[in-house]
Design a protein around this ligand. Structure first.
Ligand SMILES: CC(C)(COP(=O)(O)OP(=O)(O)OC[C@H]1O[C@@H](n2cnc3c(N)ncnc32)[C@H](O)[C@@H]1OP(=O)(O)O)[C@@H](O)C(=O)NCCC(=O)NCCS
Length: 466
C-alpha cells in the first residue's frame, strides 16, 4: 500500500489546472487505464501463485553494471522477492577485471577463452568482485519514497558459499588461480532464502586449503541453480536472446534443439557460452533456463510474468514429440476430433478434407499414439492465420499440451510472416483469453473468412498479435 503522502505509481494524479471542458475525457481515460491495470494485475496472478517460495537464480555479467542497469535490475528482483520468490543473484565482473588490469598496465591472458588468473589478475578479480558486491548491496538498500524500493527492506546475504578447485594444467597451460565450482553450500543458502534474504554470490570460490579462485559467472550460476533445485535460471545478457538465421528471436527451445544449435557452431561465442551453462543446469534438473537481454527495461519481469516473454526460454524435453503431421496421422486426428465434431465443439471436417489439408496440422505423439492436434490456415494477404481444430485427448488434458500446440502454431505462423492469429470458438474462449487473445468482431477477419463465417454457430472471434 502507498504511504498517504506518496503519489500512487499506478494512478495518474489529476492535474488541478486542467480546464473543466476536458473533464469527461479525463474520466474516460481514467476508466480505461483502471480497467487495463486490473486486467494486467489479474493476468499476472497465476504466475505469482505458481512461483511462491520457488528459487530463481538470476545471473548477470559485469556488462550489466557497466551499462548502468543495476538499480533497475535490483528493483525488479526486490519485487520478485516481495511476491514470495526466493532470489539468488550471481554476478560477473569480466569488464571490471579488465579495467583493473588496464589501470595496472597488466596484459590479460586468455587461452581458449579462459582467463589465466595469475597473482595480479586474482587481486584484480577480488577488487572487481568486492566493488560490484557493494554496488549491488547498495542498490538493494534503497528505500526512497516514490521508487519501487519504498518499504522493500531487503537484506542481502553473501559468503563463502562456493567451494572451488583449480582448472589446473590443461594441454601444458597452467591456469593458476582460475577455478571451477566444486561444491555449493546449498543448505546454508536455503536457510538464508527461507529467512527472506536475497542471496548474493560473486564469481570467486575457495578451496579447503584457503586459496581463492577466480570463477566463471555462468559456471557459478548453473552450479548454484542445480544445487538449489531452482525453478528457473535467468541469465540477463548483453545479447538479445537466441536468434534464428532470419534474425528473429527464438522464444522457446527444447534441450534437444538447443544442443543441436550449440553443436552447429553458428551461435556467437557469448550466446553459446550462456546456452552451454543453461543446458548444464537443465541437465541437472532445473526445469527452465532463460536468456533475457538486460538492455530492455524490466526484462526479468517481462520474461517471468508475460505469456510470451521477451527472451529465449530453454525447457527440458519431455518424452512427447511435437511435430508436423503426415498422411499417416489422418486416422489419429480423426479419432481425436470426431467426438468434438459430434458434440458441436468443432466444425465437421471429414476424412477427405483432413487428408487434403494434412500439412496444416501439427500433432503431439507419445508412444505411437496421438494425444493432440491443431491446424493453421494462412491468409497471407492479410498476414493473418486461423488456428483451428485445437484438440487434446481428454485423458491428457490439463498437462500443458494445449499450450504447446498453441505455441507451435504461433511459431509456424511467425515463420510464414503472419502477424496475427485468430480463432473461432463457441466454448473455449476463456482458455484463449488467458493466453493473450482478445475478443474481436467478425469484421476483423480476412475477407474470405468473413464470407465463410457461419452466423448460426455464433462463434466468438478471438485475435492475438504474434
Ligand atoms: C482447450 C484444450 C485444447 C486445452 O488443452 P489442455 O492440454 O488441457 O490445455 P493446457 O493443459 O495447456 O491448459 C489447461 C488449462 O485450461 C483450462 N481449460 C480447459 N478447457 C477450458 C475451456 N473450455 N475454457 C477455459 N479453460 C479451459 C483447464 O481448466 C486448465 O486450467 P488450469 O491450468 O488453471 O488448471 C482442451 O481442453 C480441449 O481439447 N478441449 C476441447 C476442444 C476445444 O474446445 N478446442 C478449442 C476449439 S476452438
Amino acid at each position: 500500500m502507498n504511504a498517504p503522502d506518496t503519489p500512487s505509481p499506478f494512478r495518474a494524479e489529476p492535474d488541478l489546472d486542467e480546464s473543466q471542458s476536458d473533464l469527461p475525457t479525463l474520466l474516460e481515460d481514467d476508466e480505461v487505464s483502471q480497467a487495463q491495470f486490473v486486467a494486467w494485475f489479474r493476468a499476472v496472478a497465476p504466475y505469482v501463485h505458481a512461483f511462491k517460495r520457488r528459487v530463481f537464480v538470476v545471473a548477470f555479467g559485469g556488462e550489466a553494471v557497466l551499462a548502468g542497469r543495476l538499480t533497475r535490475i535490483c528493483e525488479d528482483l526486490a519485487l520478485l522477492r516481495a511476491l514470495g520468490i526466493r532470489v539468488v543473484v550471481v554476478h560477473g565482473s569480466r569488464p571490471q577485471i579488465e579495467e583493473q588490469l588496464r589501470l595496472r598496465q597488466i596484459e590479460s591472458q586468455f587461452v581458449k577463452g579462459i582467463r589465466i588468473t595469475d597473482g595480479a589478475a586474482l587481486e584484480c578479480a577480488k577488487e572487481a568482485a568486492g566493488e560490484i558486491r557493494l554496488d549491488i548491496e547498495a542498490a538493494f538498500s534503497q528505500g526512497l519514497a516514490n521508487t519501487p524500493m519504498w518499504n522493500a527492506d531487503i537484506k542481502v546475504l553473501s559468503g563463502n558459499f562456493i567451494t572451488a578447485k583449480p582448472v589446473g594444467v590443461v594441454d601444458g597451460v597452467d591456469f593458476q588461480s582460475t577455478g571451477v565450482v566444486r561444491k555449493v553450500s546449498s543448505e546454508v543458502i536455503q536457510l538464508a532464502l527461507a529467512a527472506r534474504a536475497v542471496v548474493l554470490i560473486s564469481p570467486l570460490g575457495f578451496s579447503p586449503t584457503g586459496e581463492a579462485f577466480n570463477l566463471d559467472m555462468e559456471d557459478v550460476a548453473a552450479s548454484v541453480a542445480a544445487a538449489l533445485h531452482a525453478e528457473k535460471l535467468l541469465f540477463l545478457t548483453e545479447t538479445p536472446g537466441i536468434v534464428d538465421a532470419q534474425h528473429e528471436l527464438i522464444r522457446e527451445l527444447s534441450t534437444l534443439s538447443a544442443s543441436r544449435l550449440l553443436d552447429s557452431g553458428v551461435l556467437p561465442t557469448d550466446t553459446a557460452h550462456y546456452l552451454k551453462h543453461a543446458l548444464r543446469a537443465i541437465g541437472a534438473g532445473v526445469p527452465r533456463a532463460h536468456l533475457v537481454p538486460f538492455a530492455l527495461d524490466g526484462c526479468a519481469l517481462l520474461e517471468i510474468f508475460t505469456h510470451d516473454g521477451v527472451g529465449t526460454m530453454i525447457a527440458a524435453d519431455d518424452l512427447e514429440e511435437l511435430r508436423e503431421a503426415t498422411v499417416d496421422d489422418v486416422g489419429g486426428i480423426l479419432k481425436l476430433i470426431e467426438p468434438l465434431e459430434a458434440d458441436g465443439t468443432l466444425v465437421k471436417r471429414g476424412r477427405g478434407r483432413i487428408e487434403r489439408e494434412i500439412e496444416y496440422f501439427s500433432v503431439i505423439e507419445h508412444d505411437a499414439r496421438l494425444f493432440g492436434c491443431a491446424a493453421l490456415y494462412a491468409f497471407p494477404n492479410e498476414k493473418m492465420g486461423e488456428l483451428a481444430c485445437l484438440t487434446v485427448s481428454p485423458d491428457a488434458q490439463g498437462m500443458g499440451d494445449g499450450e504447446k500446440l498453441l505455441k507451435r502454431i504461433e511459431q509456424r505462423a511467425r515463420a510464414m510472416g503472419l502477424e496475427a492469429l485468430f480463432v473461432l470458438t463457441t466454448r473455449t474462449a476463456h482458455w484463449f483469453l488467458k493466453r493473450g487473445f482478445v475478443v474481436a468482431g467478425v469484421d476483423s477477419l480476412p475477407k474470405d473468412r468473413q464470407r465463410m463465417y457461419n452466423w448460426s454457430r455464433k462463434s466468438q472471434v478471438l485475435l492475438k498479435r504474434i
